[in-house]
Design a protein around this ligand. Structure first.
Ligand code: SAM
Length: 278
């Protein structure tokens, strides 16, 4: 298959070379230029498949300038591929400016799907996958990290974090101070020799890594269970509602109590009518 002039966003393996797709190989072999986060790393991958395409560095520090050059090349009829060191470009990796500019300039962008650590971890996490929030890397500074985790505590969807071996312990300790009993899946070295996937409570996982230091090596994805909304027993709100109704009109009283306790307004209004009728 001959590929057309466009920008191809090409996913590459996150550890296991066997995960390189047939289409990714075709595109990389035919590209006039392959933009790569680290050209030495990508050269190794291309050498493995005897692909000799030209490489150009595109990273956080030169992306704006290089993006213009790549767009101009596609406008002249060339085929350009973008890869990152591992996984899907743009997912906690460079490439956003290039793709945004391509849209601005009416240049075609084609996805060549393949591995990404976020999806790989999520689908084996044993936690809800129907809806999730991808947080990428947590902030490096302890205070900012704690603040972000605190802000995420009420999030009902599963949360996915990327983490490095230098910070994994600090992150687990921070989670342990906020929600020790929440379930968490630690996905380490996915698709590689020491792949480990373990679901437990935050406190149990922290104990486990403390006992086995080897579990702190490599690359990590953490999938955190979303907050389970507390079910408020309606009857338990009766005294509060009665008291507030002595001070406020029924509608306002219902609204205030519903907001304060996270209760269903319609059900609370029915309760208010019962109180009034007695
Ligand atoms: N673009 C990549 C993707 O699509 O997953 C992510 C790049 S980001 C710079 C690197 C981070 O992804 C690592 O620090 C780790 O959190 C996660 N990661 C990448 N490969 C992994 C693997 N094999 N196992 C677990 N986590 C991995």
């Amino acid at each position: 298959m001959n590929i057309e002039s466009a920008i191809y966003i090409v996913a590459t393996p996150i550890g296991n070379l066997g995960d390189m797709t047939h289409r990714a190989l075709e595109v990389l072999a035919q590209a006039d230029l392959v933009a790569a986060e680290d050209t030495r790393q990508t050269r190794k991958l291309l050498d493995h498949y005897a692909i000799t395409s030209r490489l150009l560095a595109l990273h956080d520090h030169n992306e704006l300038v290089v993006a213009r050059e790549l767009i101009a090349r596609v406008q002249q009829g060339q085929r350009v591929a973008l890869v990152s060191d591992a996984g899907t470009p743009l997912i906690s990796d460079p490439g956003y400016n290039l793709v945004a500019l391509a849209h601005d300039e009416g240049v075609r962008v084609v996805p060549i799907p393949g591995p990404s650590a976020v999806i790989s971890a999520l689908c084996v996490s044993g936690l809800a996958c129907d809806r999730f929030v991808f947080e990428g890397f947590l902030p490096a500074k302890a205070q900012a990290r704690l603040k972000l985790l605190q802000a995420s505590m009420q999030e009902p969807r599963s949360l996915v974090f990327y983490e490095s071996p230098h910070r994994i312990l600090d992150t687990l300790m921070a989670m342990n101070t906020l929600f020790p009993q929440r379930r968490l899946t630690l996905a380490r070295e996915l698709t590689k020799r020491f792949e480990t996937i373990r679901r437990a409570t935050v406190a149990e996982l922290l104990n486990w890594v403390n006992e086995d230091g080897d579990q702190l090596r490599g690359e990590f994805v953490l999938v955190l269970e979303g907050a389970v909304p507390e079910v408020v027993e309606l009857a338990s709100l009766r005294p509060a509602l009665e008291r507030v109704m002595q001070e406020l009109p029924t509608k306002k009283a219902v609204s205030l109590v519903a907001d304060l306790y996270g209760a269903n307004k319609k059900a609370l209004y029915d309760l208010a009518l019962q109180i009034k009728a007695n």
